[in-house]
Design a protein around this ligand. Structure first.
Ligand code: SF4
Length: 334
């Protein structure tokens, strides 16, 4: 074992995480669920979602036979809903074409919707003890600091250097513990803002630490102002119910239930209008200013009519959740 992996493995035994709900099993399904949830989301946030998801969809057959809306509802609040849609598609492919079993090779795993190279490697390591390299955002940060790799890690050329490094560093044994160690270090000690270098097993070799460059590495994404967009949500209410519309199958918040969007000019045609404070929701590629208009509906037209509580239990995006929370405490309704 090389020094890097030996230090990490020894540290993981002593100080790493050992009791996460998806650890201690080599069940590919539960490992896959946890790895997808952990993409762009921290462990503490993932835990309750993971427990609920696994009790609703305990195996790949149950997930594949469930309606997408039930999967999106279980995901509601976790964000990045394409992950849930891709999981549903993947579950169906696994059941229909792979006899309900996940392939054990990372390259085969990476062919499924929503499973990138790093996630495929993590599943192959934890479920099948396959020797494969991971490289998620946290690991990129560790590599950038330890080896002093310059450049923004989202850049293809920088990423290629890191993948090469990740492959070279793979130990011949204890691949599961080594992979877990990298994840634990990246999510814990080597955090983005305040890394705890004093307790780090790599501190004597870490270039960023030795040269006092911890806060300079990894380099930030080159600045580019995000474009802004604006919309107005109509919260149409009648007899304790609110009208929702199902979003189209592609684009922002695909398939989720949302309030209808209206043009500012349409507001003057509404009855008993109230407004809530506008707010901004940040997407990866743009910022959306959301105006909120509450109005009394003249009748029960098309769409899905639900109480605020039913809405909160449905597959809704976070801004709709935020508005519903506010509407729920409004009294009287318009
Ligand atoms: S020494 Fe500090 S910066 Fe370097 S890997 Fe450890 S925690 Fe991260």
């Amino acid at each position: 074992m090389n020094d890097f992996s030996a230090l990490l493995v020894a540290w993981q035994k002593q100080a790493g995480r050992h009791d996460l709900p998806w650890q201690g099993s080599n069940d590919a399904y539960s490992i896959w669920v946890s790895e997808i949830m952990l993409q762009q989301t921290q462990v503490a946030t993932v835990m309750p979602y993971y427990e609920r998801f696994m009790s609703s969809f305990p195996d790949v057959h149950r997930l594949a036979s469930s309606h997408l809306d039930a999967v999106l509802a279980a995901w509601s609040g976790l964000g990045y809903y394409s992950r849930a849609r891709n999981m549903h598609r993947t579950a169906r492919i696994i059941v229909e074409h792979h006899d309900g079993k996940f392939p054990d090779h990372p390259e085969r795993l990476a062919e499924f919707p929503g499973i990138g190279r790093s996630t495929a490697a993590a599943i192959a390591v934890f479920a099948f003890s396959h020797r494969a390299a991971i490289l998620d955002g946290n690991v990129k940060r560790v590599f950038s600091r330890v080896f002093g790799i310059e450049g923004y890690p989202g850049e293809k050329s920088v990423e290629a250097i890191m993948w090469k490094k990740a492959e070279e560093l793979l130990p011949a044994a204890e691949i599961g513990r080594y992979t877990q160690a990298l994840m634990d270090l990246g999510a814990g000690l080597c955090s983005r803002k305040n890394p705890n270098c004093g307790h780090c097993p790599l501190k004597s070799d870490c270039i960023a630490h030795i040269r006092g460059r911890v806060h300079e590495l990894p380099q930030a994404r080159p600045k580019k102002a995000l474009p802004s967009k604006e919309t107005t949500f109509l919260v149409s209410m009648r007899e304790g119910l609110i009208r929702f519309e199902r979003r189209p199958g592609s684009g922002v918040w695909a398939e989720l239930l949302c309030f209808p969007e209206i043009l500012p000019a349409d507001v003057s045609n509404l009855h008993s209008v109230k407004t809530l404070p506008a707010f901004t929701h940040a997407f990866t590629h743009f910022r959306l200013k959301i105006n909120v208009v509450l109005a009394q509906a003249e009748g029960f037209g098309d769409g899905v009519w639900m109480t605020p509580e039913e809405g909160l239990a449905s597959s809704i995006p976070n801004p709709v959740r935020k508005i519903l929370e506010e509407v729920r405490i409004l009294s009287p309704w318009p």
